[in-house]
Design a protein around this ligand. Structure first.
Ligand code: HEM
Ligand code: HEM
Length: 133
């Protein structure tokens, strides 16, 4: 789970910086919000999920983690695709944007529950001292 999140995060990072670079070069800032959320919900948030799940393998193995992974990875592209369409004038894209956003928020709530339930239940061994984190 940790590794998958880190790999997906780097794909969002690549798309996010390419979008930023393109916006800057062509001086079209209509998609600033999309660029910001590709980088923040895609790269930063997913890289954090990846690092947290690497540190806490019990949390990574739970059903909550798997459900949240799919809510985030379906919700983010639906939300961002919806924003792109709305910026292009497709007002019918508002409902899917809201549904995608709600999926992300529900996923974040599951993530919080998962962290409260499982973080601290792992015994990760530090190389020189036996330290539980
Ligand atoms: C080479 C990489 C990047 C380029 C070329 C780039 C370019 C841009 C451009 C042109 C804007 C619009 C500025 C404006 O509207 O005045 C912008 C906004 C923004 N970028 Fe990036 N960006 C890059 C990487 C990132 C990364 C890695 C993040 C987050 C981790 C990020 C977060 C944001 C945010 C939050 C905004 C909106 C700022 C605001 O609302 O004022 N960008 N970026
Ligand atoms: C489901 C989750 C989220 C939703 C629905 C959401 C929604 C929004 C909305 C409606 C705006 C205003 C956009 C505009 O003025 O054009 C915004 C701006 C912003 N959000 Fe989010 N957001 C979410 C998650 C996040 C997260 C996790 C971060 C940071 C880690 C973040 C950082 C920002 C920033 C920096 C801005 C200002 C940049 C901009 O001009 O777009 N958001 N967000």
């Amino acid at each position: 789970m940790g590794k998958t999140y880190l790999k997906v995060a780097t794909v969002y990072f690549t798309i996010g910086v390419l979008a930023g670079l393109t916006m800057g070069i062509i001086h079209d800032f209509r998609f600033t919000s999309v660029h910001a959320h590709i980088n923040l919900l895609g790269w930063v948030t997913m890289a954090l999920f990846g690092i947290i799940y690497h540190l806490y393998p019990n949390a990574a193995k739970s059903k909550l983690a798997k459900t949240q992974f799919w809510l985030h990875n379906i919700g983010v592209p639906v939300m961002l695709g919806g924003i792109v369409l709305q910026v292009l004038g497709v007002s019918a894209a508002l409902p899917p944007t809201i549904i995608g956003s709600i999926a992300v928020v529900v996923g974040v709530i599951l993530f919080m529950v998962n962290v409260f339930k499982y973080v601290g239940k792992d015994s990760t061994v530090n190389s020189d001292k036996n330290v539980s984190i």
